[in-house]
Write a protein that binds this ligand. Sequence first.
Ligand SMILES: Cc1ncc(C[n+]2csc(CCOP(=O)(O)OP(=O)(O)O)c2C)c(N)n1
Ligand SMILES: [Mg+2]
Length: 295
Amino acid sequence: MNAPVVATTTSAAVSTERRQKVEEFAYQARHHALNMGEVQGQGYVGQALGSADMFAAVYADQLNYRAQDPEWEQRDRFLLSTGHYAIGHYAALAQAGIVPVQELDTYGSDDSRLPMSGMSTYTPGMEISGGSLGHGLPIAIGTALGLRHQGSSARVINFMSDGELDEGSTWEAVMGADHHGLGNLTVLVDINALQADGKTDTVLRTEPVADKWAASGWFVQRIDGNDAGALLAAFDAVAVEAKNAARPSVILCDTRIGRGVPLLEQREKAHFMRIEEHEWKICREQLTAGYEGEK
Ligand SMILES: Cc1ncc(C[n+]2csc(CCOP(=O)(O)OP(=O)(O)O)c2C)c(N)n1
Ligand SMILES: [Mg+2]
């Protein structure tokens, strides 16, 4: 069995400039998420805040894309498996210049290109439709195989949640990616330890999760998913691994739901948050104070 590799090279190995670019991107994306949340008064705001650093590392540092041409043939493919995280993805797409920032105000409204669950035919930059959990990774495997078959150097990054580790289709795909030696595939798992029905370990215990991926032949890292430096170091290790071996990589990201806004980090009912009218201003102020304080 392959021993799980836990990334220990955090910010020290990553330049300050690179890390700050990701942190700034994540900060702006969190504001976008709060703005979208306020349109509805409720929703998956906690997930968007919790995973903003992961989206930021992808869009500000890793992904090869053309903002004005989202279907550019040679683009890297970013697949959002977890449909309800669309709010976090839209925030990143806006910050990346793929979706106009003003359009975020339409989030979740009738006729909007930004529905509550990700839809590939609606939104530029949304490669697959979500909603039914556990399908992203199987699709990512088909995509990675197809790109390899075409001789493309584009890579596939699949984003999923810890709740999706309850799905049998996920584990079939984990084995399939190993079988096919998909070195062009990287998976990010947002381990916020929470699901719709409660804490992940009370719904279905998935730990020791790193060992399970490693036993299936993957290159495994487990990091603090709210640490931009750790995310970038992990992606750097994936790049080194891709040169040495043809096997898929997973970055298991421990995150905190609501991250960056203490008021929301403490919410008990965090899967689908109701935020009162007067609280939005407090959320923004807390977000900005935290970011300025950490700079
Ligand atoms: C196949 C499937 N089963 C069940 C659901 C219902 N469902 C919607 S969100 C969710 C929780 C999934 O866990 P996770 O994504 O980790 O939740 P979060 O961290 O966002 O609270 C479930 C079970 C679904 N969308 N698809
Ligand atoms: Mg979860």
